[in-house]
Design a protein around this ligand. Structure first.
Ligand code: ADP
Ligand code: MG
Length: 628
């Protein structure tokens, strides 16, 4: 037996490890299983190239809990280590690696909350164990070795009688870590970190129900048998070639990934690239629900089939973090802070690759089955519109598939819309006016007025639409968006400079004065318009600019501080050519004039849903008086 001192400069770094990595003790299991997997795959390689003469067979990794003896075993059938290799890889490599890790990251890691994304490796065993043993038999002819270390820099190394190839790691679980002696806890960790690792992992047994024999009676219980419990799927869908997968395989994998998710995904995107970086994965577009903010099922990040995190911020463009699925890449640096990640060149490339793939997929879905794409539009528009706003590249690509639905249920691309409306909806200044509504019912009369003119009205109702409109107006030339209830339709799309007015200048002046006296000026701006004589006499509108600013501020538009708190202001458009307005002007008694004005104002408010409470009561009372 040899005794030795592990060559580390810090007298005893174990307490340090414990302290700094306190919150993430659980990663030890992932690390040890990763090592067991590496050892198995290395052996596979050696046997493939003929450098190892052993039979590779069907190796497994086994995890065993021995609650009574307070031990946790991780056993593999990989390439094993000779005594010399234990000296080299465990005493030197693993320990110096851990020391280096501590030096470099102990502060940064804590700050950025990134502990657990590291490969702290074998050393992490000491976070939960006060003594660790390695019993290992190399695939070479050398005798087996037994290494023991109790957490001080001293270790012992002796020969062992293990005859079958591979490594067994035995953790003597420390008093403060007995949770790791519970089957349920180990199960939970295996499912979290190792569900898709490439070597089968066995943990205990499970009961399997067998088919009933032919001659079984009605209420005979179905026979069962105890079988090995393999916790992982070593060949998850994302590691396969897209050509080898059917639509159902993608759906099944979605269920495997999110067992508690019962809604089917809308469609998927298979990521597969090996140059200039390595990345595979499958992303799914879920049905977007109102409570997406608090969604638990997020995109999962793997490295070589080992789960790392479900925080993909910085790696996946923000607008796509609403998607689900997996990304697997060995090229994403994890031992750095999030802000560094965002500045990293390789990561930027990954992010723009993902954006491009998503855009390409959307484009091909649109081209291949437009009807289906239109049917899904409502569920995916948030992601697409958000992407158009936040990623210039995506905005350009989205030109080909972003849809603008009309109140009548037609879906146009921007180009189609443009061609459809440019003849009719271009105003006298050569500006194209795109009309839209946000609520079909509330804005019904305005929509009808626009349709009577032969105009198209879009239905734009997502929460960020005012931002998108702003973006389109600044990107496209000579266009503007106008909500149908923003003004009288003839004012929204102005065709001629002057309309003929029935009233003289003097009459207009006295009408204006009269209205200003009767109508509350803190709520309404009076706007006299010479319009069609059968257009509404009084109409309430809210200026596009003001409404949009308010909306944008509510959904997080910068630089407009205070707008959201501004009092509601409306325009009162008075049609000077209408018969009623003429009558108001010509009525002799002041009292009667006031009644007509108030009644007309209330009718205009009523059609905008603005008449409530006491004012509504007064209106009804006044109306009865008038028909008495
Ligand atoms: P890393 O895995 O990043 O190399 P670790 O600290 O996890 O670092 O492991 C150190 C080394 O110990 C490994 O590179 C490997 O050579 C050896 N090792 C650890 N576990 C095993 C195992 N189960 N079988 C064979 N070798 C192992
Ligand atoms: Mg390792």
């Amino acid at each position: 037996m040899t005794k030795g001192n592990i060559n580390v400069s810090v007298e005893n770094i174990f307490p340090l490890i414990k302290k700094f990595l306190y919150s993430d003790h659980e990663i030890f299991l992932r690390e040890l299983i990763s090592n067991a997997t590496d050892a198995t795959l290395k052996l596979k390689h050696l046997t493939n190239i003929g450098e190892s003469k052993v039979e590779y067979g069907n190796p497994q990794i086994e995890v065993k809990v021995d609650k009574d003896a307070k031990k946790l075993h991780i056993i593999d059938q990989g390439l094993g280590m000779t005594a010399d290799e234990v000296e080299k890889y465990i005493n030197q490599v693993a320990f110096s690696g851990a020391e280096e890790f501590l030096d470099k990251y102990k502060d940064a890691a804590q700050d950025a909350g990134i502990i657990g994304h590291f490969g702290l490796g074998f050393y992490s065993a000491f976070m939960v164990a006060d003594k660790v043993e390695i019993i290992t038999k190399s695939h070479k002819d050398d005798p087996a070795a037994h290494w023991t270390c109790d957490g001080s820099p001293e270790y012992t190394l002796e020969e062992a009688d293990k005859t079958d190839r591979g490594t067994e790691i035995i953790l003597h679980i420390a008093e403060d870590s007995t949770e790791f002696l519970e089957d349920s806890r180990i199960s939970e960790l295996l499912l979290k970190y190792n569900k898709f690792m490439p070597v089968p992992i066995k943990f205990g047994t499970k009961t399997e129900t067998l088919p009933k024999p032919e001659d079984a009676k009605e209420d005979d219980p179905a026979p069962t048998q105890e079988v090995e419990n393999i916790i992982n799927n070593p060949n998850p869908a994302w590691t396969k070639q897209p050509a080898d997968l059917e639509e159902d395989d993608y759906k099944n994998f979605y269920r495997e990934l999110y067992p508690m998710q019962f809604e089917e995904p809308l469609f998927n995107i298979h990521l597969n690239v090996d140059y200039p970086f390595n990345l595979t994965g499958i992303l799914y577009f879920p049905k977007m629900s109102a409570d997406m903010q608090i969604q638990k099922d997020k995109i999962q990040l793997y490295q070589n089939q080992v789960f790392v995190t479900d925080n993909v911020e910085g790696i996946v463009p923000e607008f796509l973090t609403m998607l689900r699925g997996v990304i697997d890449s060995p090229d994403i640096p994890l031992n750095v802070s999030r802000s560094y990640l965002q500045a990293d060149g390789a990561v930027k490339k990954i992010s723009s690759y993902i954006t491009r793939k998503v855009a390409d997929k959307l484009k091909s879905l649109f081209n291949n089955n437009r009807e289906d794409f239109e049917a899904k539009w409502d569920d995916i528009k948030i992601v697409i519109e958000y992407g158009m706003l936040s990623e210039e590249k995506f905005f350009e690509k989205a030109e080909a598939f972003a849809l603008y639905p009309t109140v009548d249920g037609n879906y146009y691309t921007y180009e189609e819309l443009f061609n459809k409306i440019k003849a009719k909806q271009t105003d006298k200044d050569d500006k194209l006016v795109i009309l839209y509504a946000s609520d079909k019912d509330a804005q019904h009369s305005y929509i009808e007025a626009a349709k009577t003119k032969g105009y198209e009205v879009l239905l734009l109702d997502s929460p960020i639409v005012s931002h998108l409109i702003q973006k389109l107006e600044t990107t496209k030339e000579n266009i503007s968006f106008a909500r149908v209830d923003g003004d009288h339709i003839d004012n929204l799309i102005k065709k001629e400079d002057t309309a003929i007015s029935k009233l003289s200048e003097d009459e207009k002046k006295s009408l204006d004065e009269l209205l200003k006296e009767v109508v509350p000026s803190e709520k309404f701006m009076i706007q006299l318009e010479a319009m069609d004589s059968d257009a509404s006499p009084f109409m309430i509108t809210q200026p596009e600019f003001m409404r949009r600013m308010k909306e944008m501020q509510q959904t997080g538009g910068g630089g407009m501080f205070g707008m959201g708190n501004m009092p509601e202001m409306y325009n009162l458009v008075v049609n000077t050519n209408s018969e009623l307005v003429g009558e108001i002007l010509n009525t002799k008694t002041r009292k009667k004039q006031e009644r007509l004005i108030n009644q007309s104002l209330d009718l205009a408010r009523l059609s905008q849903g603005l008449l409530k409470g006491e004012e509504l009561t007064n209106f009804i009372k006044r109306s009865y008086d008038m028909i008495k």
